[in-house]
Design a protein. Sequence first.
Length: 115
Amino acid sequence: MVAKRQNKPKHPMVLDIGFKVFDIVQMSLNKESLYGCVEFSKHKITIDPNQTLVDYKGTLMHEILHVYLDMFGLGDDDEMPTLGNEYLTHVVTSVFQLFSAQNPELFSFIFNNDE
């Protein structure tokens, strides 16, 4: 069992993707295998803060990637086109460039190794 955090991680509580802003909400999800989720219709990312910091950062990045990949037309698994390595590499590179430029403090929080 993972020890619960005493304090919620501090970071910007919005994700700006240029034409939409997603609120980031820290809330216990009370499900054994669910640590984060995106509600596209509400422009909301929910992250369970009751994780280790490294897991929290990984979950936050996971949900942010869902948002950006959806923006690039890679949202619904059943509608996913066949992807080649070069195309996927290009999209992920673009995602990281956009994310770091539009959300530098959030990017720094996730990729900074300080505890």
